[in-house]
Design a protein around this ligand. Structure first.
Ligand SMILES: Cc1cc2nc3c(=O)[nH]c(=O)nc-3n(C[C@H](O)[C@H](O)[C@H](O)COP(=O)(O)O)c2cc1C
Ligand SMILES: CC(C)CC(=O)C(=O)O
Length: 376
């Protein structure tokens, strides 16, 4: 059992079962959820040899920031369900690891407190803000201004939620509301909110590229589009001026018919053609997964649930452990693959586990099976 699986077990034991299901679950029959990990398990790496890679650097440039490993913390809601310190603990852990935390619009700690917690650890800690368009433009604008004021260095706009996915476990458990004392703090005191209260999180299918353009014009922060699976959307996004494309099926929580995210990566990477960085999340659980995604065209990957497991199991220390494990595993795989830096991992180094077809020089002969080229 990997260390991340152990933390998962500890988190399961520590969490209220309803909250565990909210974190762990997907939509529908959880086919997309399962396919995220399966798609990675189907990949294998062809290492390169004799490359003199004793000196390595696992860092990557991400928009204006630098991450010390090509793994960022994906935006996930409601960290205070996992630990009383919630997003503050996650922020400190990401800052210690020297990587980017993407804090959710639906965080249970306000973005200004999240950035303050991160910067108390490291003055240049990178915190990005995840936002979903809200039907009232003034609300979206107010959220963007809050993120800017808090010192976030990029906006991650999530676009795979025109409606909520049907979360089978949450429906069964009747999980609709946060427990008393917890609230989506970024949605407090917004236009239209009751005095001192929070607005509900609204998903709507009304949004178009026009809303993205409006947001683009609203801010000078880099904009990352999260939830892209179709290569044509990736190309449009780049044409519309986004600064990065994030391949994701939302951790298998939206469209159950969606493929495992890494299956969509090669075509998106081809469509983007290096014009902007590509990120990917969904099912990343090991350093080998990170390496495979990078080889297939990602600049960095995100992790969602593993961070929640670390947080629920052991607070800030648990999240640090998850990121440390991924860093160590990724460096180990990079070494074994002959790489000095993440960019040395290339698509020719990734094969399917069932690849290649057994080499046959022709049809089977009477002397035995297919000829292999082995001297007889
Ligand atoms: C409990 C939970 C809450 C999430 N909340 C958000 C969110 O608020 N905004 C968002 O863009 N994505 C959200 N996501 C999706 C994650 O950003 C990410 O795409 C997904 O978790 C990646 O898959 P993984 O959990 O297998 O790493 C959430 C995912 C989970 C599991
Ligand atoms: C509260 C939701 C917006 C969080 C989310 O995106 C999710 O649960 O997948």
């Amino acid at each position: 059992m990997s260390r991340i699986e152990e933390l998962h077990d500890r988190a399961r034991a520590a969490l209220d079962p309803v909250h565990y299901d909210y974190y762990a679950g997907g939509c529908g029959a959880e086919a997309a959820l399962a396919d995220n990990e399966r798609a990675f398990a189907e990949l294998a790496l062809l290492p390169r040899i004799l490359r003199g890679n004793d000196r390595r650097d696992t860092g990557v440039a991400l928009l204006g920031d630098r991450a010390s490993l090509p793994v960022v913390v994906s935006p996930t809601a409601f960290h205070r369900l996992a630990h009383p310190d919630g997003e503050r603990a996650t922020a400190r852990a990401a800052a210690h690891a020297g990587t980017v935390l993407v804090t959710s619009m639906a965080a249970t700690v306000a973005v200004a407190e999240v950035t303050a917690a991160a910067r108390a650890v490291r003055a240049d800690a990178a915190v990005w803000f995840q936002v979903s368009f809200q039907p009232d433009d003034d609300v979206t604008t107010a959220l963007v201004r809050r993120a800017e004021k808090a010192g976030c260095t990029a906006l991650v706009v999530t676009v795979d939620t025109p409606v909520f996915g049907r979360r089978t476990r949450d429906e069964r458990n009747g999980f609709h509301d946060l427990p008393p004392g917890l609230a989506p703090e970024n949605l407090r005191d917004l236009p239209g909110a009751p005095p001192g209260g929070t607005l509900p999180i609204t998903m709507s299918p009304e949004f178009t590229w026009r809303h993205l353009r409006r947001l683009r014009d609203l801010t000078s922060l880099p904009v990352v589009l999260k939830g892209v699976l179709h290569p044509l959307d990736a190309r449009t996004a780049v044409d519309e001026g986004v600064d990065a494309v994030w391949v994701s099926n939302h951790g298998g929580r939206q469209l159950d018919a969606a493929p495992g995210a890494v299956r969509a990566l090669p075509r998106v990477a081809a469509a983007v053609a290096g014009r902007v960085p590509v990120l990917l999340d969904g099912g990343v659980r090991s350093g080998a997964d990170v390496a495979a995604a990078l080889a297939l065209g990602a600049t960095a990957v995100g992790v969602g649930r593993p961070v929640l497991w670390g947080l629920a199991a052991d607070g800030e220390a648990g999240v640090r452990e998850v990121l440390d494990v991924l860093r160590a595993e990724f460096d180990h795989v990079l070494t074994l693959c002959g790489g000095r830096r993440p960019g040395d991992l290339t698509a020719d180094m990734v094969v399917r586990r069932e690849w290649p077809p057994l080499p046959t020089a022709g049809p089977p002969t009477e002397q035995g099976g297919p000829r292999t080229g082995r001297p007889r």
